[in-house]
Design a protein around this ligand. Sequence first.
Ligand SMILES: [Zn+2]
Length: 468
Amino acid sequence: MIRIVWLLALLVQVLSFRPTRAQSFDFQQDSIFFRKLADDVLTSPAAYESLRVLCKTVGPRLAGSPGMYKSEAWAEKALQAAGADKVWKQAVQVPHWDRGGKDEAWYQYTDASGKKVKVVLDVLALGNSMGTGKNGLLKKAVLIHDFEELEKRKEELKDVIVIFNNVFNPRNLSVGQSYGESGAYRRSGPSRAAKYGAAAVLIRSVTASANDNHPHTGALAYDTAYPKIPAAAMGLKDADQLIAQLKAGKLVQVYYKSMAHFKPDATGHNIIGEFTGSEFPEKFITVGGHLDSWDPAEGAHDDGTGCVQSIEVIRAFKAMGYKPRHTIRVVLFANEENGLRGGNQYAKEAKAKNEQHVFALESDAGGFTPRSFGFTLDAAKLERIRQWVPLFVPYGVYQFANGGGGADIGPLNRSLGTPVAGLSPDGSRYFDLHHARNDVFEAVNKRELDLGALNMALLIYMIDKYGL
Ligand SMILES: [Zn+2]
Protein backbone atom coordinates (compact mmCIF):
# COMPACT_ATOMS: atom_id res chain seq x y z
CA MET A 1 0.00 0.00 0.00
CA ILE A 2 2.73 2.43 1.01
CA ARG A 3 4.52 1.46 -2.14
CA ILE A 4 1.44 2.32 -4.25
CA VAL A 5 1.00 5.68 -2.52
CA TRP A 6 4.65 6.39 -3.08
CA LEU A 7 4.35 5.42 -6.75
CA LEU A 8 1.26 7.62 -7.14
CA ALA A 9 3.05 10.52 -5.48
CA LEU A 10 5.98 10.02 -7.82
CA LEU A 11 3.62 9.92 -10.79
CA VAL A 12 1.99 13.20 -9.72
CA GLN A 13 5.43 14.75 -9.37
CA VAL A 14 6.54 13.57 -12.79
CA LEU A 15 3.32 14.78 -14.43
CA SER A 16 3.48 18.19 -12.79
CA PHE A 17 7.16 18.67 -13.55
CA ARG A 18 7.89 21.74 -15.66
CA PRO A 19 11.53 22.12 -16.57
CA THR A 20 12.80 25.60 -15.75
CA ARG A 21 13.44 27.23 -19.10
CA ALA A 22 17.08 26.85 -20.01
CA GLN A 23 18.73 30.24 -19.96
CA SER A 24 19.21 31.17 -23.60
CA PHE A 25 22.12 33.49 -23.01
CA ASP A 26 25.27 33.85 -20.98
CA PHE A 27 24.34 36.37 -18.30
CA GLN A 28 27.83 36.82 -16.91
CA GLN A 29 29.67 37.17 -20.19
CA ASP A 30 27.01 39.41 -21.69
CA SER A 31 26.84 41.69 -18.68
CA ILE A 32 30.61 42.19 -18.93
CA PHE A 33 30.21 43.11 -22.59
CA PHE A 34 27.33 45.48 -21.70
CA ARG A 35 29.52 47.24 -19.17
CA LYS A 36 32.37 47.69 -21.66
CA LEU A 37 30.06 49.00 -24.33
CA ALA A 38 28.54 51.43 -21.81
CA ASP A 39 31.99 52.69 -20.86
CA ASP A 40 32.72 53.42 -24.49
CA VAL A 41 29.41 55.04 -25.48
CA LEU A 42 28.96 57.12 -22.32
CA THR A 43 32.45 58.59 -22.58
CA SER A 44 32.41 59.23 -26.33
CA PRO A 45 31.66 62.73 -27.66
CA ALA A 46 30.87 61.30 -31.12
CA ALA A 47 27.06 61.07 -31.24
CA TYR A 48 26.39 64.40 -29.53
CA GLU A 49 28.97 66.25 -31.61
CA SER A 50 27.61 64.69 -34.78
CA LEU A 51 24.11 65.86 -33.81
CA ARG A 52 25.42 69.37 -33.22
CA VAL A 53 26.94 69.47 -36.71
CA LEU A 54 23.69 68.20 -38.27
CA CYS A 55 21.52 70.71 -36.40
CA LYS A 56 23.77 73.74 -36.69
CA THR A 57 25.30 73.35 -40.15
CA VAL A 58 22.44 71.61 -41.98
CA GLY A 59 19.36 72.51 -39.94
CA PRO A 60 15.91 71.98 -41.50
CA ARG A 61 15.92 69.28 -44.18
CA LEU A 62 12.48 68.59 -45.56
CA ALA A 63 12.30 66.29 -48.60
CA GLY A 64 13.26 68.10 -51.79
CA SER A 65 14.58 71.21 -49.99
CA PRO A 66 18.21 72.41 -50.21
CA GLY A 67 18.62 71.07 -46.64
CA MET A 68 17.87 67.56 -47.86
CA TYR A 69 20.95 67.54 -50.10
CA LYS A 70 23.12 69.00 -47.36
CA SER A 71 21.88 66.40 -44.89
CA GLU A 72 22.70 63.58 -47.30
CA ALA A 73 26.28 64.82 -47.55
CA TRP A 74 26.45 65.07 -43.74
CA ALA A 75 25.15 61.50 -43.40
CA GLU A 76 27.70 60.01 -45.79
CA LYS A 77 30.51 61.75 -43.94
CA ALA A 78 29.21 60.76 -40.50
CA LEU A 79 28.91 57.09 -41.49
CA GLN A 80 32.42 57.09 -42.92
CA ALA A 81 33.77 58.74 -39.78
CA ALA A 82 32.06 56.04 -37.68
CA GLY A 83 34.03 53.42 -39.58
CA ALA A 84 31.35 51.90 -41.83
CA ASP A 85 32.88 49.37 -44.26
CA LYS A 86 30.66 50.60 -47.05
CA VAL A 87 28.54 53.74 -47.47
CA TRP A 88 26.06 54.05 -50.29
CA LYS A 89 23.04 56.04 -51.43
CA GLN A 90 19.74 54.49 -52.37
CA ALA A 91 17.85 56.82 -54.72
CA VAL A 92 14.16 57.50 -54.29
CA GLN A 93 11.77 60.07 -55.76
CA VAL A 94 10.45 62.29 -52.96
CA PRO A 95 7.70 64.90 -52.85
CA HIS A 96 8.80 68.51 -52.55
CA TRP A 97 6.34 70.51 -50.49
CA ASP A 98 7.30 74.13 -49.98
CA ARG A 99 5.80 76.48 -47.38
CA GLY A 100 6.32 79.40 -49.76
CA GLY A 101 7.22 81.96 -47.09
CA LYS A 102 5.71 82.99 -43.79
CA ASP A 103 2.16 81.88 -42.99
CA GLU A 104 -0.08 84.66 -41.68
CA ALA A 105 -3.24 84.61 -39.59
CA TRP A 106 -5.27 86.90 -37.36
CA TYR A 107 -8.81 87.13 -36.07
CA GLN A 108 -11.18 89.95 -35.28
CA TYR A 109 -14.31 90.42 -33.20
CA THR A 110 -16.22 93.25 -31.58
CA ASP A 111 -15.75 93.64 -27.84
CA ALA A 112 -18.35 94.63 -25.22
CA SER A 113 -17.76 98.35 -25.77
CA GLY A 114 -18.37 97.97 -29.50
CA LYS A 115 -14.69 98.31 -30.37
CA LYS A 116 -13.19 96.08 -33.07
CA VAL A 117 -10.36 93.92 -31.75
CA LYS A 118 -7.77 92.33 -34.02
CA VAL A 119 -5.43 89.62 -32.69
CA VAL A 120 -2.50 88.06 -34.55
CA LEU A 121 -2.16 84.25 -34.47
CA ASP A 122 1.13 82.37 -34.61
CA VAL A 123 0.44 79.63 -37.16
CA LEU A 124 2.21 77.10 -39.37
CA ALA A 125 0.61 75.60 -42.47
CA LEU A 126 0.26 71.85 -42.09
CA GLY A 127 2.68 69.85 -44.20
CA ASN A 128 1.33 68.87 -47.63
CA SER A 129 -1.42 71.50 -47.37
CA MET A 130 -2.44 73.78 -50.19
CA GLY A 131 -2.01 77.54 -49.87
CA THR A 132 -4.72 80.18 -49.92
CA GLY A 133 -3.29 82.33 -52.71
CA LYS A 134 -1.72 85.72 -52.04
CA ASN A 135 -4.92 87.45 -50.91
CA GLY A 136 -5.64 84.95 -48.18
CA LEU A 137 -9.07 84.10 -46.81
CA LEU A 138 -11.22 86.11 -44.38
CA LYS A 139 -14.12 83.99 -43.15
CA LYS A 140 -16.40 83.41 -40.23
CA ALA A 141 -14.90 80.98 -37.70
CA VAL A 142 -16.86 77.99 -36.39
CA LEU A 143 -15.60 76.12 -33.35
CA ILE A 144 -15.82 72.33 -33.55
CA HIS A 145 -14.73 70.18 -30.61
CA ASP A 146 -14.60 66.78 -32.26
CA PHE A 147 -15.64 64.77 -35.32
CA GLU A 148 -18.97 63.89 -33.71
CA GLU A 149 -19.86 67.57 -33.46
CA LEU A 150 -18.60 68.12 -37.00
CA GLU A 151 -21.20 65.64 -38.28
CA LYS A 152 -23.98 67.18 -36.17
CA ARG A 153 -23.26 70.70 -37.41
CA LYS A 154 -22.41 69.92 -41.02
CA GLU A 155 -25.05 72.36 -42.32
CA GLU A 156 -23.18 75.28 -40.67
CA LEU A 157 -19.80 74.70 -42.28
CA LYS A 158 -20.22 76.07 -45.78
CA ASP A 159 -17.54 78.69 -46.58
CA VAL A 160 -16.35 79.05 -42.98
CA ILE A 161 -13.01 78.44 -41.32
CA VAL A 162 -13.37 75.46 -39.00
CA ILE A 163 -11.45 75.76 -35.73
CA PHE A 164 -10.84 72.32 -34.26
CA ASN A 165 -10.44 72.20 -30.49
CA ASN A 166 -8.41 68.98 -30.60
CA VAL A 167 -7.12 68.97 -27.03
CA PHE A 168 -4.09 66.76 -26.29
CA ASN A 169 -5.50 64.44 -23.63
CA PRO A 170 -3.31 64.57 -20.48
CA ARG A 171 -5.08 61.56 -18.92
CA ASN A 172 -3.53 59.03 -21.28
CA LEU A 173 -0.48 57.40 -19.73
CA SER A 174 0.99 57.03 -23.20
CA VAL A 175 1.65 60.41 -24.83
CA GLY A 176 1.80 58.55 -28.13
CA GLN A 177 -1.87 57.72 -27.67
CA SER A 178 -2.73 61.38 -27.06
CA TYR A 179 -0.69 62.31 -30.12
CA GLY A 180 -2.62 59.78 -32.19
CA GLU A 181 -6.00 61.02 -30.96
CA SER A 182 -5.33 64.75 -31.23
CA GLY A 183 -3.31 64.23 -34.42
CA ALA A 184 -6.32 62.71 -36.18
CA TYR A 185 -7.61 66.28 -36.56
CA ARG A 186 -4.36 67.30 -38.22
CA ARG A 187 -4.30 64.33 -40.58
CA SER A 188 -7.93 64.03 -41.61
CA GLY A 189 -9.65 67.10 -40.14
CA PRO A 190 -9.14 69.27 -43.25
CA SER A 191 -10.80 66.81 -45.63
CA ARG A 192 -13.59 66.01 -43.18
CA ALA A 193 -14.39 69.73 -42.95
CA ALA A 194 -14.00 70.17 -46.72
CA LYS A 195 -16.65 67.50 -47.21
CA TYR A 196 -19.20 69.98 -45.81
CA GLY A 197 -17.92 72.99 -47.71
CA ALA A 198 -15.47 74.55 -45.22
CA ALA A 199 -13.01 77.01 -46.77
CA ALA A 200 -10.07 76.28 -44.43
CA VAL A 201 -9.18 74.61 -41.15
CA LEU A 202 -7.16 75.72 -38.14
CA ILE A 203 -6.29 73.17 -35.47
CA ARG A 204 -4.72 73.40 -32.06
CA SER A 205 -1.10 72.34 -32.39
CA VAL A 206 -0.79 68.65 -31.59
CA THR A 207 1.19 69.20 -28.42
CA ALA A 208 0.87 68.80 -24.68
CA SER A 209 1.12 71.67 -22.24
CA ALA A 210 4.19 73.45 -23.54
CA ASN A 211 4.60 76.77 -21.82
CA ASP A 212 5.03 78.60 -25.11
CA ASN A 213 3.10 79.56 -28.22
CA HIS A 214 5.10 77.74 -30.90
CA PRO A 215 2.87 76.20 -33.56
CA HIS A 216 3.60 72.56 -34.43
CA THR A 217 3.31 71.48 -38.05
CA GLY A 218 3.08 67.91 -39.37
CA ALA A 219 1.57 66.15 -42.33
CA LEU A 220 -2.06 66.14 -43.29
CA ALA A 221 -3.50 63.59 -45.70
CA TYR A 222 -6.14 64.87 -48.09
CA ASP A 223 -9.02 62.64 -49.07
CA THR A 224 -9.05 63.19 -52.83
CA ALA A 225 -12.85 62.90 -52.87
CA TYR A 226 -13.10 66.45 -51.46
CA PRO A 227 -11.55 69.86 -52.23
CA LYS A 228 -8.03 70.28 -50.84
CA ILE A 229 -8.59 73.19 -48.47
CA PRO A 230 -5.78 75.09 -46.73
CA ALA A 231 -5.02 74.10 -43.14
CA ALA A 232 -2.72 75.29 -40.38
CA ALA A 233 -1.87 74.71 -36.72
CA MET A 234 -2.02 77.47 -34.09
CA GLY A 235 0.26 77.97 -31.09
CA LEU A 236 -1.60 76.82 -27.96
CA LYS A 237 -1.76 80.19 -26.20
CA ASP A 238 -3.25 81.81 -29.30
CA ALA A 239 -5.59 78.87 -29.83
CA ASP A 240 -6.84 79.10 -26.23
CA GLN A 241 -7.64 82.81 -26.62
CA LEU A 242 -9.40 82.39 -29.96
CA ILE A 243 -11.38 79.42 -28.69
CA ALA A 244 -12.38 81.36 -25.55
CA GLN A 245 -13.94 84.08 -27.75
CA LEU A 246 -15.82 81.49 -29.77
CA LYS A 247 -17.00 79.70 -26.62
CA ALA A 248 -18.24 83.05 -25.33
CA GLY A 249 -20.48 83.21 -28.39
CA LYS A 250 -18.64 86.06 -30.14
CA LEU A 251 -18.88 86.40 -33.89
CA VAL A 252 -15.26 85.94 -34.92
CA GLN A 253 -13.72 86.32 -38.35
CA VAL A 254 -10.42 84.66 -39.13
CA TYR A 255 -7.91 85.67 -41.78
CA TYR A 256 -5.45 83.05 -43.04
CA LYS A 257 -2.83 83.31 -45.74
CA SER A 258 -0.39 80.64 -46.88
CA MET A 259 1.60 80.30 -50.10
CA ALA A 260 2.24 76.57 -49.57
CA HIS A 261 2.50 74.48 -52.71
CA PHE A 262 4.10 71.41 -54.23
CA LYS A 263 7.09 71.56 -56.55
CA PRO A 264 7.97 68.66 -58.87
CA ASP A 265 9.23 65.51 -57.13
CA ALA A 266 12.95 65.47 -56.41
CA THR A 267 15.54 62.69 -56.23
CA GLY A 268 16.40 62.04 -52.61
CA HIS A 269 18.32 59.18 -51.01
CA ASN A 270 18.32 56.78 -48.12
CA ILE A 271 21.90 56.97 -46.85
CA ILE A 272 23.17 53.55 -45.86
CA GLY A 273 26.29 52.48 -44.02
CA GLU A 274 27.23 48.86 -43.45
CA PHE A 275 29.40 46.92 -41.02
CA THR A 276 29.90 43.65 -42.86
CA GLY A 277 28.99 40.52 -40.95
CA SER A 278 31.71 37.96 -40.19
CA GLU A 279 29.52 34.85 -40.40
CA PHE A 280 26.40 35.88 -42.30
CA PRO A 281 27.32 38.85 -44.49
CA GLU A 282 24.17 38.32 -46.55
CA LYS A 283 21.85 38.55 -43.54
CA PHE A 284 20.97 42.04 -42.40
CA ILE A 285 20.16 43.76 -39.16
CA THR A 286 18.90 47.27 -39.89
CA VAL A 287 19.09 50.13 -37.42
CA GLY A 288 17.95 53.59 -38.36
CA GLY A 289 16.13 56.85 -38.05
CA HIS A 290 14.90 59.36 -40.58
CA LEU A 291 17.10 62.02 -42.06
CA ASP A 292 14.40 64.50 -43.10
CA SER A 293 12.85 67.03 -40.74
CA TRP A 294 10.20 69.73 -40.83
CA ASP A 295 11.16 73.13 -42.15
CA PRO A 296 10.80 75.40 -39.10
CA ALA A 297 13.31 73.61 -36.87
CA GLU A 298 16.66 71.87 -36.62
CA GLY A 299 14.97 68.49 -36.32
CA ALA A 300 17.09 67.65 -33.28
CA HIS A 301 14.84 65.19 -31.45
CA ASP A 302 12.86 64.45 -34.64
CA ASP A 303 14.87 62.70 -35.80
CA GLY A 304 18.47 63.86 -35.66
CA THR A 305 18.86 61.90 -32.44
CA GLY A 306 17.66 58.66 -34.09
CA CYS A 307 20.18 59.18 -36.89
CA VAL A 308 23.21 59.76 -34.68
CA GLN A 309 22.19 56.97 -32.27
CA SER A 310 22.06 54.54 -35.18
CA ILE A 311 25.45 55.65 -36.46
CA GLU A 312 26.77 55.27 -32.91
CA VAL A 313 26.01 51.54 -33.03
CA ILE A 314 28.63 51.04 -35.75
CA ARG A 315 31.10 53.45 -34.17
CA ALA A 316 30.93 51.76 -30.77
CA PHE A 317 31.19 48.20 -32.18
CA LYS A 318 34.22 49.21 -34.22
CA ALA A 319 35.80 50.99 -31.25
CA MET A 320 35.40 47.87 -29.11
CA GLY A 321 36.68 45.54 -31.78
CA TYR A 322 33.37 43.70 -31.82
CA LYS A 323 32.80 41.80 -35.06
CA PRO A 324 29.10 41.24 -35.71
CA ARG A 325 28.04 37.90 -37.20
CA HIS A 326 25.39 39.57 -39.36
CA THR A 327 25.79 42.66 -41.48
CA ILE A 328 24.70 45.69 -39.49
CA ARG A 329 23.10 48.25 -41.75
CA VAL A 330 22.56 51.78 -40.56
CA VAL A 331 19.86 53.38 -42.68
CA LEU A 332 19.07 57.09 -42.53
CA PHE A 333 15.72 57.18 -44.27
CA ALA A 334 14.49 59.88 -46.66
CA ASN A 335 11.09 61.58 -46.47
CA GLU A 336 9.51 60.03 -43.39
CA GLU A 337 7.64 63.18 -42.46
CA ASN A 338 5.51 63.80 -45.50
CA GLY A 339 5.59 60.71 -47.66
CA LEU A 340 7.46 57.70 -46.23
CA ARG A 341 8.98 57.18 -49.65
CA GLY A 342 12.40 56.27 -48.20
CA GLY A 343 11.03 53.49 -45.98
CA ASN A 344 8.92 52.14 -48.81
CA GLN A 345 11.85 52.17 -51.24
CA TYR A 346 14.11 50.35 -48.79
CA ALA A 347 11.58 47.53 -48.36
CA LYS A 348 10.83 47.43 -52.08
CA GLU A 349 14.49 46.94 -53.01
CA ALA A 350 15.02 44.43 -50.20
CA LYS A 351 12.16 42.38 -51.57
CA ALA A 352 13.27 42.71 -55.19
CA LYS A 353 16.79 41.55 -54.26
CA ASN A 354 15.39 38.78 -52.07
CA GLU A 355 17.48 40.02 -49.15
CA GLN A 356 17.32 38.28 -45.81
CA HIS A 357 16.42 40.69 -43.03
CA VAL A 358 16.83 39.29 -39.54
CA PHE A 359 15.61 42.33 -37.60
CA ALA A 360 15.11 46.08 -37.89
CA LEU A 361 15.24 48.71 -35.15
CA GLU A 362 14.23 52.38 -35.35
CA SER A 363 14.69 55.32 -33.02
CA ASP A 364 12.13 58.00 -33.85
CA ALA A 365 10.52 59.02 -30.58
CA GLY A 366 13.02 61.62 -29.36
CA GLY A 367 16.47 61.41 -27.82
CA PHE A 368 15.23 61.19 -24.23
CA THR A 369 16.03 58.71 -21.44
CA PRO A 370 15.31 55.22 -22.75
CA ARG A 371 12.61 53.24 -20.98
CA SER A 372 11.72 50.28 -23.16
CA PHE A 373 11.70 48.68 -26.56
CA GLY A 374 8.45 47.91 -28.33
CA PHE A 375 8.51 44.84 -30.57
CA THR A 376 6.40 43.61 -33.44
CA LEU A 377 7.48 40.02 -33.27
CA ASP A 378 6.10 36.51 -32.91
CA ALA A 379 4.78 36.13 -29.32
CA ALA A 380 6.91 33.10 -28.46
CA LYS A 381 10.04 34.83 -29.69
CA LEU A 382 9.25 37.95 -27.70
CA GLU A 383 8.70 35.77 -24.63
CA ARG A 384 12.12 34.19 -25.15
CA ILE A 385 14.05 37.44 -25.54
CA ARG A 386 12.30 38.92 -22.51
CA GLN A 387 14.75 36.82 -20.50
CA TRP A 388 17.35 39.40 -21.53
CA VAL A 389 15.59 42.29 -19.80
CA PRO A 390 17.55 42.00 -16.50
CA LEU A 391 20.72 42.69 -18.49
CA PHE A 392 19.23 45.98 -19.72
CA VAL A 393 17.74 47.23 -16.46
CA PRO A 394 20.93 48.89 -15.14
CA TYR A 395 21.06 50.92 -18.36
CA GLY A 396 17.45 52.14 -18.13
CA VAL A 397 15.41 49.78 -20.32
CA TYR A 398 13.07 47.85 -18.04
CA GLN A 399 10.61 46.40 -20.52
CA PHE A 400 10.32 44.65 -23.87
CA ALA A 401 6.78 45.64 -24.77
CA ASN A 402 4.49 43.95 -27.21
CA GLY A 403 3.86 46.22 -30.19
CA GLY A 404 6.12 48.83 -31.70
CA GLY A 405 8.57 49.57 -34.46
CA GLY A 406 8.95 52.67 -36.55
CA ALA A 407 7.33 54.32 -39.55
CA ASP A 408 10.36 53.71 -41.78
CA ILE A 409 10.80 50.02 -40.95
CA GLY A 410 7.06 49.30 -41.05
CA PRO A 411 7.19 48.50 -44.79
CA LEU A 412 9.97 45.93 -44.16
CA ASN A 413 7.77 44.25 -41.56
CA ARG A 414 4.71 44.31 -43.79
CA SER A 415 6.35 43.13 -47.03
CA LEU A 416 9.04 40.74 -45.75
CA GLY A 417 7.69 39.87 -42.31
CA THR A 418 10.89 41.20 -40.72
CA PRO A 419 10.63 41.44 -36.91
CA VAL A 420 10.90 45.09 -35.90
CA ALA A 421 11.25 47.17 -32.78
CA GLY A 422 11.34 50.80 -31.74
CA LEU A 423 13.22 52.49 -28.94
CA SER A 424 10.72 54.02 -26.50
CA PRO A 425 12.25 56.83 -24.50
CA ASP A 426 10.41 58.84 -21.87
CA GLY A 427 7.89 60.83 -23.91
CA SER A 428 6.93 63.46 -21.36
CA ARG A 429 8.76 66.30 -23.11
CA TYR A 430 8.76 65.09 -26.72
CA PHE A 431 5.53 66.73 -27.83
CA ASP A 432 6.60 70.08 -26.33
CA LEU A 433 8.93 70.47 -29.29
CA HIS A 434 7.91 67.89 -31.89
CA HIS A 435 7.61 69.55 -35.38
CA ALA A 436 8.07 73.01 -33.84
CA ARG A 437 10.77 75.67 -34.01
CA ASN A 438 12.07 74.78 -30.54
CA ASP A 439 13.21 71.30 -31.65
CA VAL A 440 16.83 72.40 -31.56
CA PHE A 441 20.16 70.87 -30.57
CA GLU A 442 20.10 72.64 -27.18
CA ALA A 443 16.97 70.65 -26.26
CA VAL A 444 18.95 67.38 -26.39
CA ASN A 445 20.81 66.13 -23.33
CA LYS A 446 24.04 64.31 -24.10
CA ARG A 447 23.62 61.58 -21.53
CA GLU A 448 20.01 60.86 -22.46
CA LEU A 449 21.03 60.67 -26.13
CA ASP A 450 23.95 58.34 -25.34
CA LEU A 451 21.85 56.06 -23.12
CA GLY A 452 19.45 55.59 -26.03
CA ALA A 453 22.30 54.80 -28.42
CA LEU A 454 23.81 52.43 -25.86
CA ASN A 455 20.62 50.42 -25.39
CA MET A 456 20.17 50.21 -29.15
CA ALA A 457 23.69 48.84 -29.52
CA LEU A 458 23.07 46.38 -26.66
CA LEU A 459 19.91 45.06 -28.29
CA ILE A 460 21.62 44.72 -31.67
CA TYR A 461 24.49 42.88 -29.98
CA MET A 462 22.12 40.38 -28.34
CA ILE A 463 20.15 39.74 -31.51
CA ASP A 464 23.32 39.48 -33.56
CA LYS A 465 24.74 36.96 -31.07
CA TYR A 466 21.69 34.82 -30.28
CA GLY A 467 19.27 35.55 -33.13
CA LEU A 468 15.56 35.76 -32.52
ZN1 LIG B 1 10.12 61.51 -36.72
